[in-house]
Design a protein around this ligand. Sequence first.
Ligand code: NAD
Length: 485
Amino acid sequence: MAPSATSNGHSNGTSKLSWDSFHNTIDGKPDNAKSSRHGINPATEENSSTVPVASQEDVDRAMVAAKKAFKTWSAVPYAERQKAVRAFADALEAEKEGFAKLLTKEQGKPIMFAQMEIDAAVSWLRGAASHDLPEERFEDDEKILLVRYTPLGVAVGIVPWNFPILLACGKIGMSLVTGNPIIIKPSPFTPAGGLKLVELGQQFFPPGVLQGLSGDDNLGIWLVEHETPAKISFTGSTATGKKVMASASKTLKRVTLELGGKDPAIILDDVNIEEVAAKIATYAFLNSGQICIAIKRIYVHEKIIDEFRDAMVRYTKTLKLGEGNEEGVFLGPIQNKMQYDRVQGFFDDAKKEKMNIAVGGVNPSGKGYYITPTIVDRPAEDSRLVLEEPFGPIVPLLSFSTDDEAIEKANNTHYGLGGSIWSSNLERANKLAMKIEAGTVWVNTHTDLDPRVPFGGHKHSGMGAENGTAGLKSYCNSQTLFLKK
Ligand code: NAD
């Protein structure tokens, strides 16, 4: 008989988790590394939770446990693995408030958006558990052909700091339902949430199936270079993604890379200006611009650009910047000092290059990594602000005169993560949407994701996809069976 998943449920009552201690999880047990460190609360610059710093020996132990767990977990029937992932999703939902508060403290995002991140994480886990990966079958007079999808082995999930819970859950769900134990490595900037998530998961998965290791800048390298994993699922910057791919190539690990973006939004001349301007500002400044698929270039038809700019400015002025627990805050602080300095560099450029600031431009001084939402009106098309990803709330407003010009400008980038077309004519918009070189293209919205469909980048925005059937297959080998009659 195949071994079974642990699915002993989770009560909906008070939290069973402690929110002031955090540990690695190795082989189903809490594991305290020899040394520790702490993150920084970006709103106050004070120390946040103390977390372990995993050593290479800790990595070795986790790999041994994962390898052992692979033998049994891969033999658990698919439906039972789905059931365990669903039970984990229910438990995360029951612990939503605790996770959201922790997220606001360590990541900085306003509590409302932290709660939305947990909701999305729950739905991604359930999404992963709702897809089947059936055998494919072909038959002719001479033979039967079967294609089946078998788990790869041990997976490693490397997670960035902008959506630490959601992105970890995306990897956990896909990896575990397909039969691959996974080791989650949260970002050193947001380690506590990822560790707590893995701790919560121990109730639903046998030892070694879901493990969590937090560490310093060496940890990602050790995990990727280790001989045991068969798969690395990496979400982060394009620069680091290239390093991950290079080091994974030495052992021919499968890689999925979800990388940076420079999403264009193209606003045609037939839109409702006031309404669309508010939405564009929202999708540019949500999560303080720290979203891979935030709008990072705004292309507006030259006939309406002045009116559109003024409407965006009016709306942007209503967006409140502040500490994530304050009522009505839309933009929390930038998550960390390194990122804050990087975004400040774009403000320095704006000053040096005498760019036209439509709104924002001046940042508050004092404690916390706060940056005012800023729109730059028609900077040079070869400026860093138009070409690179600030990953913060500063965005260029640009113009075009024909549909062809808009598409050409939108595609003039190494990135290809997302893009959107805004128009009251759906047919015209859809035709243009298909010309955007990006993994996800929206019409009259942006940043919406759905676990049923693949998410991935074209060009330097990534390799492979997460979510949907494509996401599940990325954790599997395909095996073809020829049955000769
Ligand atoms: P990052 O590349 O600096 O770090 C991402 C993760 O990789 C962290 O956990 C980090 O510790 C780890 N890491 C760093 N060096 C490593 C190495 N050599 N080997 C293995 N792991 C290593 O990215 P970040 O600053 O945390 O996140 C921001 C970036 O992520 C932005 O570019 C953003 O667009 C991108 N992002 C992409 C997506 C997507 O789905 N495409 C989603 C969110 C963020």
